[in-house]
Design a protein around this ligand. Structure first.
Ligand SMILES: [Zn+2]
Length: 245
């Protein structure tokens, strides 16, 4: 019983006083994460895992002494199923504002079909192909955001537009933690910080990574992989291109 409980306990990592990474198991994705910014009675989720991840996120809130009704905001870094998957479900928990990048908003809402990734040779070794865009269940969007917009948490979370992985991908810079949440613009893979994979526009993705490297953030959390807890922007600037090896 103890073992079972330990196995089902949410895998949370505290990255800064109010910032937690939650590992999302299941699916074929490499070390998938979502993030929680936790203040008293006010929780922001950055991404929501797969369509069946809402229960795990609720368990994570319980572990942190919070309730589902404390979730006030969901920020979706992009429309993909492993990030927007449980947003529609979680948006019913209370009076939640759902935030997404302007160009990805129609894909999140399911009113337009998003583009499929253009795979490189390296990416084909991970996954053969995408037959269709990896949409999650449709979710309403209450606020669409663009580069430079500021959200009311974490000392004024700044939206950074990072097109390339998807047209409307966004990252967040959180001043209160000197932290960057990159979505899939950047990833960590076996100890290396890398350009995110499965992009719809690879050269735009490279420019977006350079934009994130210029933030001088100390810590960074990625859509996939382990976080970087020191010198994050320098690690991103020195990141490897998985197709250049
Ligand atoms: Zn993605």
């Amino acid at each position: 019983m103890d073992n079972l409980e330990a196995m089902s306990r949410p895998d949370l990592l505290q990255m800064a006083p109010s910032l937690y990474r939650l590992r999302i198991p299941g699916g074929q994705a490499h070390l998938l994460n979502c993030y929680l910014w936790v203040e008293p009675d006010d929780v922001t989720l950055v991404d929501t895992g797969w369509p069946d991840s809402a229960g795990l996120i609720a368990d994570a809130l319980t572990t942190l002494g919070r309730r589902t009704g404390d979730v006030k905001r969901i920020v979706l870094t992009h429309f993909h199923e492993d990030h927007a998957g449980s947003a529609a479900k979680i948006a019913t928990w209370s009076d939640v504002e759902v935030v997404a990048g302007a160009e990805d908003s129609p894909y999140v809402q399911g009113v337009e079909c998003g583009p499929v990734p253009q795979l490189t040779d390296f990416e084909r070794t991970i996954r053969a192909d995408f037959d269709e865009p990896p949409h999650g269940p449709p979710c309403r969007v209450d606020r669409t955001v663009r580069d430079g917009d500021v959200l009311g948490f974490a000392g004024g979370a700044r939206v950074i537009s990072v097109p390339g992985h998807t047209p409307g991908s966004i990252a967040l810079y959180l001043p209160a933690a000197d932290a960057l949440l990159t979505g899939d613009a950047v990833a960590e893979f076996h100890g290396q910080v890398i350009l995110g994979v499965f992009n719809t526009d690879r050269s735009a993705a490279i420019r977006s990574l350079e934009k994130l490297a210029a933030t001088r953030a100390q810590i960074a959390g990625f859509g996939h992989g382990e976080p970087v807890l020191a010198d994050a922007s320098a690690r991103i600037a020195a990141s490897a291109d998985p197709d250049a090896r």
